[in-house]
Design a protein around this ligand. Structure first.
Ligand SMILES: C[S@@+](CC[C@H](N)C(=O)[O-])C[C@H]1O[C@@H](n2cnc3c(N)ncnc32)[C@H](O)[C@@H]1O
Length: 364
């Protein structure tokens, strides 16, 4: 059985399964999703006549919402004996055509030994780290792993669900997440007024390209932060030397006010309008219905009150994938009716909880 293995936040298996089934189904990649709650991963099992490589190349992790990583699985090991785990992984590789998976030379560019992002999964972390060393050596001896890490070639993933069961597969350059477990860990800046700051940093660093970051986050540019208090998002913008109109009835951190870059307005984010005309960036972290927030973001972009936008859509308990799709499709209909072009991404980031992050960059 071949399958696409997607890592996700534990508790989001159904949403990930729905997304995979929809996206592969739309392209007639026949199969069905299999998931168990709170495991942190989902399989989309492919029928035999579907090419694993082509399925992997349909969309990148960065173009999806819930998957943290996408891996094409070509072997499953059950009842692994602990005295020769390396040998059993090598045997599984012996049985497949590496040329078909990795291209002409049959060589992987890197290896990652991983585990689910759950409390049970974390008990495998130390073992996985140690196991990487002999496995890497054995793969190099066989000539199946490039002598130096190579980012362009496919990466081999060995994903241990438990000490006894693992999935062996590969990811493609340009389509995978380059982070171990698909998780980008960021250090909390101790002078930030709130931990929410990591959500915006994650979005700015991981959802915007280097060029987009330069364009959207210009020093001296203007931003509006709706639902700003206590100021974790404003902190990220101030750090980049932007002027910020911070909108919230709550209290904003004194440390931000003393920078001279922040104006605090105790006002309703739904009726506030920019003080000095169009701003470069609108950000919004208000806890509100997703369709209401998407409508508000649409108003700002359509009416040219903001050039670009980064915002969170808070998710309900049920039908989370469908809710995101509905809110975004209404917004996209409005943006598509404009002459301007936009790059839009929606991601469930590692630092997000029950919410997704949307970035909208106006490109013309
Ligand atoms: C999740 S917190 C924002 C945290 C903030 N991004 C940070 O990093 O510190 C949501 C904020 O939205 C504010 N809020 C909710 N509804 C609002 C509205 N209609 N207008 C303005 N602010 C609102 C709340 O007062 C609250 O401070």
């Amino acid at each position: 059985m071949t399958s696409i293995l997607a890592y996700c936040r534990p508790g989001y298996e159904n949403d990930t399964a729905n997304e995979l089934a929809t996206r592969y189904g739309e392209k007639e990649y026949f199969g069905y999703p299999v998931s168990k709650s709170n495991t942190g991963f989902v399989h989309y099992n492919l029928y035999d006549n579907t090419s694993l490589g082509n399925a992997l190349a349909l969309f990148a992790v960065s173009e999806s919402i819930f998957p943290r990583q996408l891996i094409g699985v070509f072997a499953t090991l059950n009842d692994i004996k602990k005295d020769d785990r390396v040998g059993q992984v090598l045997d599984a590789l012996e049985d497949v055509s590496l040329e078909a998976l990795t291209g002409a030379h049959g060589v992987f560019g890197a290896i990652d030994v991983e585990y689910p992002d759950t409390e049970d999964g974390k008990t495998l972390a130390k073992f996985c780290r140690k196991f990487t060393v002999p496995l890497r050596q054995a793969l190099r001896k066989k000539g199946w792993l490039s002598p130096k890490e190579n980012e362009v070639k496919p990466k081999l993933h060995v994903f241990f669900e438990s000490f006894e069961t693992c999935y062996i597969g590969y990811s493609l350059s340009g389509y995978r997440s380059n982070d171990h477990l698909g998780i980008c860990r960021l250090k909390f800046p101790s002078d930030s007024p709130s931990r929410s700051t990591l959500k915006l940093e994650d979005a700015l660093v991981n959802m915007l390209s280097a060029n987009e970051q330069r364009e959207v986050l210009r020093a001296g540019g203007r931003a509006v932060d709706l639902g700003a208090c206590p100021g974790g998002w404003t902190y990220q913008l101030v750090k980049r030397e932007m002027y910020v109109e911070a909108i919230d009835n709550g209290a904003i951190a004194d440390s931000l006010m003393s920078t001279g870059l922040v104006e605090h307005h105790a006002a309703d984010g739904f009726t506030y309008r920019p003080q000095f005309g169009r701003v470069d960036l609108l950000v919004c972290d208000m806890i509100e219905q997703p369709d209401r927030v998407a409508k508000l973001m649409g108003d700002w972009l359509v009416k040219h009150w903001a050039t670009h936008a980064v915002f969170n859509l808070k998710l309900p308990m049920k039908r989370r994938y469908e809710t995101v799709i509905e809110a975004m499709s209404t917004l996209m209909t409005r943006l598509n009716a404009l002459d301007d072009a936009f790059t839009v991404k929606v991601r469930h980031l590692y630092h997000d909880r029950d919410e997704v992050t949307v970035t909208i960059v106006r490109t013309s």
